[in-house]
Ligand binder design. Structure first.
Ligand code: 28F
Length: 654
């Protein structure tokens, strides 16, 4: 029996056809929006990755084709082409036209890639206006084409080859999906993760239209992933902990490294699918980590007999870790299916980490001492923060009825139609207070630079008046007393000058919200006000035009000049543009303070006219890395980040 044929066709359960898929696509791919569209890509890519995990493929290559097709190709064994005794069809056609025809791959392995839990490529076929499959196997190229899941002909040999593998080209059905535009960055990020989670696999993507292409290959697997997550952070030690063990039929891989930042990143995966809500693998990880660090600390006299145990949070301050478990029958919990539920996994992960981390700490006493040292500091800061918070609570500053003195609250008590402006500086704060609609708009002036929470622990934060006033005004508490349901405003609008200082203050505030009030951001409550950059004044006319960015100015003037040209205006050189457009003065706004209360309201606060930018975090991992680089303690990565991204800044005000 050659290696290529260690599967038997009986394993394919011949189930129903594909018509239910086209009737209710949402049942199979979650939805027909952007998410559902990209699930088509994940299902096919994951089948290629499964072939790699089974040890038969080394690469999975994706091409976003110029004609709108998506090509995915692996160099595995190639889907078997023999005729299935039950269906009389080739195995290729069976896999592509029968629901759940994927099933176990030969060689004792099991489907461990995420995908849609193995609904198979037949779902993709049903939801594609066209699909072409090419199998390179037994020295031949086999090909078959489908339309909306129906084969246009039988599988046929179209050529010779020395390669093996499977290629699938599919065209998402525009009658099913709201959009059929595949997002390059979304696929790029997934292929990066796939390469991190399957060490030594090569993945790549190419966009035929833009020519953009990128490849991934990480010998180090999740160790490389931890290294990537810690870029831009000061690490406690260069060495990265790694363990890869089988417990019964479950593979447990863990990698971790401590850094000098205060936040923690612990990402848990089951069968290559990221579980944002954690689950039993994360629970096992946390209990083993806390237990081992406390045991080590006591055994080595770093934690006195009478001192309390270090808490889980203390031991995870500054921790970056990736947990990957591969198991035959993952059970996911919660309405979003983002939490691993298999109970036995908790014990397996706990056992693997406890044994191997204790051994690691004993083998690396220097690192161990630093890790315990950090945890002890965190414990002391936690106690100080608790004392500070209790002290503050006693004073009723955080909770309770009294609002911070400088808050000009709105009269409406209904959060749904209340909003709060966080205004830089007292003068703008003054104008905002007098110009606002006091029924629905509250104003909180913030003096000068807000504390950089990226480099401060909670106890220092609670000592900062600006932060304290902000926490108090919003009504959601902080840390373990945080409850987004207490939010007193539907919209929190950061309003700062459109200059470097203003941008710095808004970035500091966004850092605070991202680190300590993420549900406020995720709930879409955080906005940036967009004050006008220019005012175009026409002599003798009371009204003027407010322009909000350079592009708008150009468009506005082009339109005006075109109108004037129609009136027979003759054109002269560029710098006459404003005169010819009929405006003699273009006023560049430097700061909010230059506008009087009415102008500030009309241009930046009036809900009918204002421009607001909603702050959203689509990729928390990316956001975490950007905040680290921009606000963290390491200068080098900040410099590189700014140099790399400066070209995207439109109106840099030096
Ligand atoms: C472009 C996406 O889909 N690759 C795949 C294989 C390999 C085998 C296979 C696939 C039906 C139920 C067995 C070959 N030889 N890339 C892919 N590569 N499916 S999908 O078998 C499917 C059969 O299980 C394969 C021996 N065993 C398995």
């Amino acid at each position: 029996m050659s290696k290529q044929d260690d599967y038997n066709a009986e394993q394919i359960q011949v189930l129903e056809g594909l018509e239910p898929v086209r009737k209710r696509p949402g049942m199979y791919i979650g939805g027909t929006g952007v998410e559902g569209l990209h699930h088509l890509v994940w299902e096919i890519v994951d089948n290629g990755i499964d072939e790699a995990l089974a040890g038969h493929a080394t690469r999975v290559d994706v091409v976003l084709m110029a004609d709108g097709g998506v090509s995915v190709q692996d160099d595995g064994r190639g889907i078997p082409t023999d005729i299935h005794p039950k269906t009389g069809k080739s195995t290729v056609e069976t896999v592509l036209t029968v629901l759940h025809a994927g099933g176990k791959f030969g060689g004792g392995g099991y489907k461990v890639s995420g995908g849609l839990h193995g609904v198979g490529s037949s779902v993709v076929n049903a939801l594609s206006s066209r699909l072409l499959v090419r199998v390179f196997r037994d020295g031949k190229i086999h090909e078959q084409e489908y339309e909306r899941g129906a084969p246009k002909s039988d599988l046929k040999v179209v050529g010779k080859t020395t390669k093996t593998g499977t290629q699938i080209i599919f065209y998402p059905d525009e009658t099913i999906f709201e959009t059929i535009k595949i997002n390059y960055d979304t696929v790029l990020s997934r292929l990066r993760h796939a390469a991190y989670l399957t060490k030594s696999i090569r993945t790549s993507i190419e966009d035929e239209i833009t020519g953009e292409r990128f490849g991934f290959y990480f010998e180090g697997g999740i160790q490389s992933y931890v290294k990537h997550l810690n870029v831009g952070k000061e690490v406690v030690d260069e060495d990265i902990f790694y363990v890869d063990k089988m417990v019964k039929d479950v593979q447990v891989e863990i990698s971790l490294q401590y850094t000098e930042v205060y936040s923690e990143i612990v990402k848990a995966f089951a069968n290559n699918v990221y579980n944002p809500d954690g689950g039993t693998h994360l629970t096992g990880f946390r209990s083993a980590l806390t237990r081992v660090i406390n045991d080590y600390a006591r055994k080595n006299g770093l934690l006195k007999e009478k001192e309390d145990n270090l808490s889980g949070e203390d031991t995870r301050e500054g921790l970056t870790a990736v947990i990957l478990v591969k198991l035959p029958d993952p059970q996911f919990e919660g309405q979003t299916k983002n939490k691993l539920g298999n109970p036995e996994i908790r014990g397996y992960v706990e056992q693997v980490l406890a044994e191997n981390l204790m051994y690691y700490l004993e083998e690396h006493p220097g690192v161990a001492k630093k890790i315990v040292g950090k945890a002890l500091l965190a414990a002391r800061a936690r106690k100080a923060a608790r004392a500070a918070r209790e002290n503050i609570l006693r004073k009723g500053v955080l909770e309770g009825a009294s609002m911070p003195g400088k808050l000009a609250d709105c009269s409406s008590k209904d959060p749904a139609n209340s909003e709060i402006y966080l205004v830089e500086g007292d003068s703008a704060g003054g104008s905002a207070k007098s110009g606002r609609d006091s029924k629905t708009q509250a104003i909180l002036p913030l003096r000068g630079k807000v504390l950089n929470v990226e480099r401060a622990r909670l106890d220092k934060m609670l000592a900062n008046n600006e932060i304290l006033s902000l926490i108090k005004a919003l009504g959601v508490g902080i840390e373990d007393s945080f409850d987004v349901a207490g939010l007193r405003y539907a919209r929190i609008i950061i309003m700062t000058d459109a200059d470097v200082d203003g941008s710095h203050i808004s970035t500091l505030l966004m850092t605070f919200f991202f680190r300590y009030m993420k549900p406020v951001v995720d709930g879409g409550h955080l906005y940036l006000a967009k004050p006008p950059l220019f005012e175009l004044v026409k002599p003798g006319r009371k009204t003027s035009e407010f322009i909000y960015d350079e592009d708008e100015l150009t468009d506005f003037l082009d339109k005006k000049i075109a109108e004037r040209k129609k009136e027979g205006l003759k054109m002269s050189n560029e710098d006459e543009r404003y005169k010819q457009a009929g405006y003699v003065e273009q006023k560049r706004y430097k700061g909010l303070g230059e506008m009087d209360a009415d102008q500030l309201f009309e241009t930046t606060m009036n809900p009918e006219k204002r421009v607001l930018v909603q702050v959203k975090v689509d990729d928390a991992e990316k956001a975490d890395s950007i905040f680290n680089k921009l606000m963290g303690s390491e200068v080098e990565p900040r410099k590189n980040f700014i140099q790399t991204n400066a070209k995207f800044v439109k109106d840099l005000d030096i």
